[in-house]
Design a binder for this molecule. Sequence first.
Ligand SMILES: Nc1ncnc2c1ncn2[C@@H]1O[C@H](COP(=O)(O)OP(=O)(O)O)[C@@H](O)[C@H]1O
Ligand SMILES: [Mg+2]
Length: 267
Amino acid sequence: MIDIRHVSKAYLSSTRETWAIGDVSFSVAKGEFVSVVGPSGCGKSTLLNMMGSFMAPSAGTIEIGGRAVRHGTIPDKLGYIFQKDTVLPWYTVGRNIALGLKFRGLPERDIRETVGRLLGLANLAGCEDMLPHQLSGGMRQRVALLMTLACEPEVLLLDEPFGALDSNTKMTLHRELLEIWQKLGQTVVMVTHDLDEAVTLSDRVIVLSAPPSRVVLDHRVDLPRPRDVFALRDSDDFGQNVRAIWAVLGREFQAAQARAKGAENVA
Ligand SMILES: Nc1ncnc2c1ncn2[C@@H]1O[C@H](COP(=O)(O)OP(=O)(O)O)[C@@H](O)[C@H]1O
Ligand SMILES: [Mg+2]
């Protein structure tokens, strides 16, 4: 479903060229849930932005659903969730979720039906008329997820969607996301800095190196589904998966830190 081939990305400023992504290649099968982890600044958000067509790679190609992604043309059936929730504060929950459907010109009755169904899916039934400021962080992030799901994306790109939430709320949302994903079967690429989260949710975890980044590990998470996100954490198998990834990720964190220190000393 997704094919990333020898993608690199440099950011140019008037004084220098920063290579965020060195050479990254990987594929994601239809319906697969893949997480991308790596040190801060290794180009994870950059990679998602290029997949979403918001910026162009410096070199390499990205295909989604068999079509090359072209800068500025959002691929069909793509949904994107940013780290900061993108809920509109002056609209009710219901109107926020309906927004994309209105753009697509769906009849009012179909919109109401879809919004009702989605609210049930994310345990938000009864919250339709609330305003975003009346919701907790976790509820707002659920609404952001539903806004994206309303347009029935086949591919979901998630950039640290739970980064700002406390761990309890986060795990509840993990459970809900897995339930929704198991029902709807999207292809998911999620960026996260939380290794436990990556292992809990994913079929595969891809580790990027310190910048200029490349893939240093493509780890298959061999935990059966459906997964109980709370019970899972106690299991030896969970710990084994986390440790196998950390052995590589921890090294890259240190490499990124050492490089940042080096740059400070030069400056
Ligand atoms: N628009 C931009 N202009 C210049 N540099 C950028 C821009 N966006 C990101 N960068 C730089 O590119 C590198 C990768 O950024 P990013 O993709 O946000 O990393 P991550 O999401 O892995 O933390 C960082 O060094 C960042 O400062
Ligand atoms: Mg980022």
